[in-house]
Design a protein around this ligand. Structure first.
Ligand SMILES: Cc1ncc(COP(=O)(O)O)c(C=O)c1O
Length: 433
């Protein structure tokens, strides 16, 4: 039986549309009030048949798939909600490589990488990544998620008394890595070099270590980091740089080495962060840095030291993905992704607010998060799955439909998806006036 005030429960039930994600975050009472109220809210959405989250997929993250809502309701959708940018997660050679690895090594690594969880396949992945990025003094440190790369690498690199300086639009994993480090945390205005310089002037005193954290492509805005100037300023003030290329590694740049390659700063960046969950089509991640930095992070990133190593199947799959990415297949897919993203953007341009996005992460701003539930329900029902983001991932009243374009989408699928977005914009009143 609920121990929470019944009038509150009733309020959540009757006013479910006014409640947003952030409203269930705070509470200190021993009766777990926020959890009971959250459960009431989620159950009400299910009762109203608008709970569009956690819809179950019966097959791979292809460009068009069936899915089943929480209540079993089936839907057929164009999939712009998964960041499988090059479609490698379901490439037959990748699946075969993962199967071979699981056959050889078994299911799990059964130990921390520092103790006995490092297999030959992990070493093959490290070598493959070193070849892919091709800087002789650099190595990699493998992690089981992109999130833990930022958490572990930042907290190993920065100590209490040091400083982390980050772009205001940074991913939560950077924010949490900075907090965990015990260093002093500073923010600068998004992609604003004058604002960065102001913070560097205050923090770079020649004694404390300063780490500037930015992204190649910003996950919440879809725009491109001004890495060239970030690196220039960091060097000028004696700071180190971390570039999270979650959405750009293997995609941006002539050889897929990211926005760092595109802007000619790969060699100048101290910590290059990649996740295997996006264009690599797997899960896990790595930091690419000078060999001695990687050796240190291997031991002093606590979420790596005190956690099991990457599983062999995924590791085997990643080795194959990198091999493919270095062939014509990779080149063609990277090119197609860029063509597809430009085509899709051209269908929406001038009709809805694309914010500052300029990449394969396409953003449509729709304003208040109070529209999220019904909008997401509508989009899925009309045949399009997207990745809606709202506060606290982005500022309040700046909620967005986020869409990930892949190299494998067809022109017809992208046209249909754009039609659905424009239909939604008319219905939910976010067509550009
Ligand atoms: C910029 C950025 N960094 C890190 C991550 C975390 O990566 P993963 O999902 O592989 O843990 C994400 C995930 O979306 C991201 O967008």
């Amino acid at each position: 039986m609920s121990t929470v005030d019944e009038t509150l429960v009733k309020h959540v039930h009757d006013h479910y549309a006014e409640y947003t994600y952030d409203m269930f975050m705070m509470n200190m009472s021993p009766d777990l009030e926020e959890m009971q109220l959250f459960a009431e809210w989620a159950d009400t959405l299910k009762e109203k048949k608008i709970y569009s989250f956690e819809a179950v997929r019966p097959s791979a993250q292809k460009t068009e798939i069936d899915l089943a809502r929480d209540n079993g309701e089936p839907m057929h959708i164009i999939n712009l909600s998964s960041y499988n940018y090059l479609g490698f997660s379901y490439h037959p050679d990748v699946i075969k490589a993962a199967q071979d690895a699981v056959g050889k090594y078994g299911l799990g690594a059964s130990s921390s990488p520092v103790i006995s969880g490092t297999y030959k396949i992990h070493k093959e992945l490290e070598t493959a990544l070193e070849k892919f990025f091709d800087l002789p003094d650099r190595g990699v440190s493998l992690f089981t998620s992109g999130y833990s790369v930022n958490l572990g690498a930042i907290s190993a690199f920065i100590k209490p008394g040091n400083h982390v300086v980050m772009d205001m639009a940074s991913h939560m994993s950077i924010v949490e890595g900075a907090r965990l480090s015990g260093g002093e945390v500073h923010y600068f205005k998004h992609n604003d070099m004058a604002s960065l310089e102001e913070v560097l002037k205050k923090t770079c005193d020649g004694f404390a270590r300063v780490l500037v954290c930015v992204e190649g492509i910003y996950s919440g805005d879809g725009d491109i980091g001004n890495l060239k100037d970030v690196v220039r300023l960091a060097k000028q003030y004696g700071a180190f740089t971390l570039v999270d290329e979650a959405h750009s590694a293997m995609v941006a740049g002539e050889n897929g080495r990211g926005v760092c390659e595109e802007q000619g700063v790969l060699e100048d960046v101290d910590l290059y962060v990649m996740t295997f969950s996006k264009a690599f089509g797997g899960v896990g991640g790595a930091v690419y840095a000078k060999k001695e930095i990687c050796k240190y992070i291997n031991w002093y990133a606590r979420c790596r030291m005190f956690s099991c190593a990457l599983d062999p199947a995924v590791t085997g799959g990643m080795v194959k993905v990198i091999e493919l990415a270095m062939t014509e297949i990779g080149k063609e897919r990277r090119k197609r992704l860029k063509t597809n993203a430009a085509f899709f953007r051209s269908l929406l341009k001038g009709k809805v607010n694309l914010g500052i996005s300029e990449s394969w992460v396409v953003i449509v701003n729709f304003g208040s998060e109070s529209k999220t539930l019904e909008l997401n329900d509508y989009l899925q029902r009309t045949g399009l799955d997207t990745s809606i983001i709202q506060f606290p991932a982005v500022p309040k009243n700046d909620a967005r439909i986020r869409m990930f374009i892949t190299s494998e989408h067809t022109e017809a699928q992208l046209k249909k998806a754009a039609e659905i977005i424009l239909g939604a914009a008319k219905k939910f009143d976010f067509l550009k006036k």
